[in-house]
Design a protein around this ligand. Structure first.
Ligand code: ZN
Length: 128
């Protein structure tokens, strides 16, 4: 009774941004049919709008054998850019990681032997 229909979660990457949107994440039991519906204007409202603006969109990622629960989970993730394998998004991630270095990563603790007391001449201490 709790059986969820299984289908495919899919991600479109837009040719150019529409407002702030650059991606569309959806789920369908029959992706080829759903994809065709989006493209002929009988699918999602947002994609109808893209069609009207002449903005193209490419199917860049699929998660087969998934349920709507997975779609919701991925939508909550709030960062389709991070899910997107498109070159533009990869580049964006590279730029972001340059601008915001990974501050969450715990700093590697320096080995105790690396420690030198103030005033201590390390070069003589380590030379052999
Ligand atoms: Zn993308």
């Amino acid at each position: 009774m709790n059986e969820q229909p299984v289908g495919t979660v899919y991600l479109y990457h837009f040719d150019r941004p529409y407002r702030h949107a650059m991606h569309y994440l959806g789920w369908s039991e029959d992706l080829p049919a759903r994809d065709a519906a989006h493209r002929n204007g009988s699918g999602a409202r947002l994609l109808q709008v893209l069609n009207a603006h002449g903005i193209g969109y490419a199917l860049v990622r699929e998660w087969p054998n998934t349920t709507r629960a997975e779609e919701r989970r991925l939508k909550k993730f709030k960062g389709a850019t991070r899910l997107c394998p498109h070159e533009d998004c990869k580049e964006l991630r590279r730029q972001r990681s340059k601008r915001w270095p990974k501050i969450y990563k715990p700093r590697r603790r320096r080995a105790l032997s690396d420690r030198s007391e103030p005033g201590e001449d390390k070069s003589t201490a380590t030379s052999q």
